[in-house]
Design a protein around this ligand. Structure first.
Ligand SMILES: C[S@@+](CC[C@H](N)C(=O)[O-])C[C@H]1O[C@@H](n2cnc3c(N)ncnc32)[C@H](O)[C@@H]1O
Length: 285
């Protein structure tokens, strides 16, 4: 049990891609402890890191013949539950991490054989698997911490992209590429005004401001608008914290937005129901 726990302690972090526990095999006689017990029975379990409210958790997906059940555990809960579960019910674990992996075989009698592998081409794998080799071309670079990305849980304070938030990091960068493409069409003789309708938690609105103002040094105003008062209050708090004077957030309906001066660019992403229609209507106006 201790060997498996030590291994889980080492591999359960934000560099984990996936852990698969498989090969169901009943091994009675192993004592059940009082820790967290996983959904039973399962043919296979998969584990991946998950960031929830800034806390790193591990999602265990348990597959039986026709269904999948998901449970989110802390690292400590996951170590206890998975080590015991493997020894009682499974014969192998495959672990794939960014830089290293491991495999564990458990014999019928419970003997544990462990093999570790370090990926020699770890960097290449990371590029290929997580970002289709586009890491170097991103407008916001991995390794350079951006305050809002750290606060929103996409980067660590050291600038490392949290594995479970890589899709968000890629989405933000892709969005900035669209912005970079339309930049030549925006006026340069006065501050531009950009409005983001249905900005939500405002990953993209902050990215826009950071990219254009902090990185490009452009003079601009950015307005994020959303109907959710609590989200808007949190976003205004963050903008104030970073000293982003040209960035403000308004609470309201897109249909009711009243412009205070010319708007040069309207963005709206993933807005729901009729929100996109109203955003298009406002953009036309
Ligand atoms: C799916 S979220 C997208 C957030 C953000 N644009 C993004 O891509 O990450 C959609 C947001 O639009 C807001 N929304 C939807 N309809 C709206 C409306 N008619 N007026 C204002 N906000 C609206 C919701 O409150 C929600 O925060």
């Amino acid at each position: 049990m201790e060997e498996i726990k030590t291994l889980l302690e080492e591999y359960l972090n934000d560099s984990l891609y996936q852990m698969v526990i498989s090969g169901p095999c009943a091994r009675e006689g192993k004592k059940e402890t009082k820790g967290h017990s996983l959904h039973q029975p399962a043919q296979k379990r998969k584990v991946r890191p998950l960031l929830q409210k800034n806390e790193l958790l591990f999602q265990v997906s348990s597959y039986d013949k026709s269904q999948v059940f998901h449970e989110n555990l802390t690292k400590e809960e996951a170590i206890e539950a998975l080590a015991e579960d493997t020894l009682r019910h499974f014969s192998q674990i495959q672990i794939e991490g960014k830089e290293k992996g491991a495999s564990v075989l458990v014999s019928k009698k419970g003997k544990v054989t462990l093999k570790r592998k370090i990926h020699k081409d770890a960097e290449k794998r990371q590029g290929a698997d997580l970002s289709h080799n586009r890491t170097k071309r991103y407008l916001l670079k991995e390794g350079i911490p951006v305050p809002f990305l750290v606060d929103l849980g996409v980067q660590t304070p050291q600038g490392k992209v949290v594995a479970s938030r890589y899709d968000k990091f890629r989405q933000i960068n892709r969005f900035l590429e669209f912005i970079a493409d339309v930049l030549p069409a925006l006026p340069t003789d006065r501050p531009v005004h950009i409005v983001d309708f249905g900005c939500g938690k405002s990953y993209l609105t902050f990215a826009l401001y950071y990219y254009l103002h902090e990185l490009q040094g452009r003079s601009l105003r950015v307005t994020g608008l959303d109907r959710k008062a609590d989200v808007i209050a949190a976003c205004n708090g963050l903008a104030q914290k970073y000293g982003y004077e040209g960035l403000r957030f308004l609470q309201g309906e897109i249909a009711d937005y009243e412009q205070d001066g010319p708007v040069d660019l309207v963005v709206t992403l993933h807005a729901c129901d009729t929100a996109t229609d109203y955003a298009l209507y406002q953009a036309m106006k």
